[in-house]
Design a protein around this ligand. Structure first.
Ligand SMILES: [Zn+2]
Length: 409
C-alpha cells in the first residue's frame, strides 16, 4: 500500500497513544466549505486544537506525526445507520439465530473494526439483538477493540408484532413506550430507534412497508421522553402516514422516508427533521441481494425513493448518509455505495461529503464530521480530489481514530 506513512506510531494499548498528533502538509477540507486549504493540523487529547500554515508546526520528540504530503485531509466519515450484529448476507437474521448471543457479539466487534479501518469513524447502530451493539460501543470506548465511535440504540422501542421483531423491546401504549425509552437509556443507548411503519426485510408475511406501527400518541410520548434524557430519536418510516406521524411527533431523523409528500417535506424543513434515505440497500435487495419476498417490496420502494429524496432536497430537508450496513447485500462498510447513490439522485459532490460528515455530526449531536478547533480528531487522508469525486473519501490511505493512525488494507 502506498500513501503517507505515519511516523512515531503509538505503542501498545497499555501505554496509551501519544497525546499530541501533528498532521503536516495537508489539503484540509473542514467538513463544510467548498474548497481545500493547505494546513498543518495540531491535535491533542483526541481533539483538533488548531490549524496552522502548512509546514509551520515543529513536532516534538513525543509527538505522533502524520505526513500528508499534500494529500487531502477530511473529517472521518459517519454512517448514520448500521447493524453490527448482521454481516450483509442474504438472510442475516437467520445467521444470528444460528449463532446465538456470544458469537453474535464477536461478529459485531469484527464488523466494527472493518468500519474504522475504512475511514468510517462514527456509526449509529440502529438495532441489535440482546443490545449487543451497546456493549460493542462500550468495548470500543474502553479500548478493548479497534472500532469507530458507536451510537448504539440496542433494542428498538417498537410495537409488538411490528418491524424487526428479532431485536425489538416490545412496547404498546404510551406508558410502555416511556418505559421502553427509560430501559434503553439505562442500558446505555446513545440514541433511541423506533419504527413507525413496516419494512422490506424482516418478516416474509404480515409486514407491509405502508402499514403504520406505533401511533402518533405513542411516537410523541416516546420522543418526549427520549429528549428529556438527552437522546435523539430516529424512526424507521417508509409509508406516508407513518412518516407524517413521526415528523409531527418530533422524531429527529427519519430513516428511509420512501413515500414522502410535498406537505411532509415542507413540515420536515420547517422543523429541521433530517432524512437518512438509505438508498443503496433497497437497490441491493431489489437486485436479488436478499430473500425473494423482500425483492418484490424493494422494487416498489426503489421506484418511489429517488423522487422522494429529490423532493426533500428541493424543500431544504437535511439529508445524511446511512447504509443499513449488515442488511442483505450491504457488508461493513458500505458507505461508498450510498455516497454514489446520493450523487445519483442529485446531491453535488460537496453535499455528498457533507451528508457523511458535518450534516451527520449535527443530526446526531456529536462533535464529529468537521476539522475545526474543538472537534473530535477523527481524520482521513485521501488521495485525489474528494471534492470532485466524493466516493474516493471511502477509500482513505490513512485513518486517525482515537489518537491512533491506522493504515487501511
Ligand atoms: Zn436498519
Amino acid at each position: 500500500m502506498s500513501g503517507p506513512a505515519p511516523s512515531g506510531m503509538p505503542g501498545p494499548a497499555s501505554s496509551g497513544p501519544s497525546p499530541r498528533l501533528v498532521v503536516r502538509h495537508a489539503q484540509v477540507w473542514d467538513g463544510e466549505s467548498t474548497d481545500l486549504r493547505a494546513h498543518d493540523v495540531l491535535c491533542e487529547d483526541g481533539l483538533v486544537r488548531s490549524l496552522e500554515p502548512a509546514g509551520s508546526i515543529r513536532p516534538g520528540p513525543q509527538d505522533t506525526v502524520l505526513e500528508a504530503d499534500g494529500a487531502a485531509l477530511l473529517p472521518g466519515l459517519v454512517d448514520a445507520h448500521v447493524h453490527l450484529v448482521w454481516s450483509g448476507g442474504s438472510d442475516p437474521a437467520a445467521v444470528v439465530d444460528e449463532d446465538g448471543e456470544q458469537l453474535t457479539a464477536i461478529r459485531a466487534a469484527a464488523n466494527a473494526g472493518a468500519h474504522v479501518r475504512a475511514g468510517v469513524t462514527t456509526v449509529a447502530d440502529l438495532g441489535s439483538n440482546w443490545d449487543v451493539a451497546i456493549s460493542v460501543a462500550r468495548a470500543a470506548e474502553r479500548g478493548h477493540l479497534v472500532g469507530p465511535r458507536i451510537l448504539a440504540a440496542g433494542r428498538t422501542v417498537a410495537m409488538t408484532g411490528g418491524h424487526d421483531p428479532f431485536w425489538v423491546n416490545p412496547c404498546d401504549g404510551v406508558d410502555a413506550v416511556v418505559r421502553g425509552v427509560r430501559q434503553q437509556a439505562f442500558l446505555g443507548a446513545g440514541i433511541i430507534k423506533t419504527a413507525a411503519t413496516g419494512g422490506v426485510y424482516g418478516r416474509a408475511e404480515g409486514e407491509e412497508v405502508g402499514a403504520g406501527e406505533l401511533t402518533y400518541e405513542e411516537l410523541a410520548a416516546l420522543t418526549h421522553e427520549a429528549h428529556r434524557r438527552g437522546l435523539k430519536v430516529t424512526a424507521h418510516a417508509l409509508g406516508t402516514e407513518g412518516i407524517r406521524d413521526a415528523v409531527r411527533a418530533g422524531v429527529d431523523i427519519i430513516q428511509h422516508g420512501v413515500f414522502l409528500t410535498e406537505e411532509i417535506v415542507a413540515d420536515m424543513a420547517e422543523r429541521g427533521t433530517v432524512l437518512s434515505p438509505t438508498l443503496a440497500v433497497y437497490r441491493s435487495i431489489a437486485e436479488g441481494g436478499g430473500p425473494a419476498y423482500a425483492a418484490a417490496k424493494a422494487t416498489e420502494v426503489v421506484r418511489a425513493h429517488a423522487d422522494s429524496v429529490r423532493m426533500a432536497l428541493a424543500a431544504g430537508v437535511p439529508v445524511i448518509a446511512g447504509t443499513d450496513a449488515g442488511s442483505p447485500g450491504m457488508p461493513h462498510p458500505s458507505l461508498a455505495a450510498e455516497l454514489a447513490c446520493l450523487q445519483d439522485v442529485g446531491l453535488g459532490p460537496v453535499d455528498v461529503l457533507r451528508a457523511a460528515t458535518s450534516a451527520s455530526g449535527d443530526a446526531l449531536s456529536r462533535p464529529v464530521g468537521r476539522i475545526v478547533p474543538g472537534t473530535v480528531a477523527d481524520l482521513l487522508v485521501v488521495a485525489g480530489d474528494p471534492l470532485a469525486d466524493p466516493v474516493a473519501a471511502a477509500s482513505p490511505t490513512a485513518v486517525v481514530s482515537r489518537q491512533r493512525v491506522l493504515t487501511p488494507g
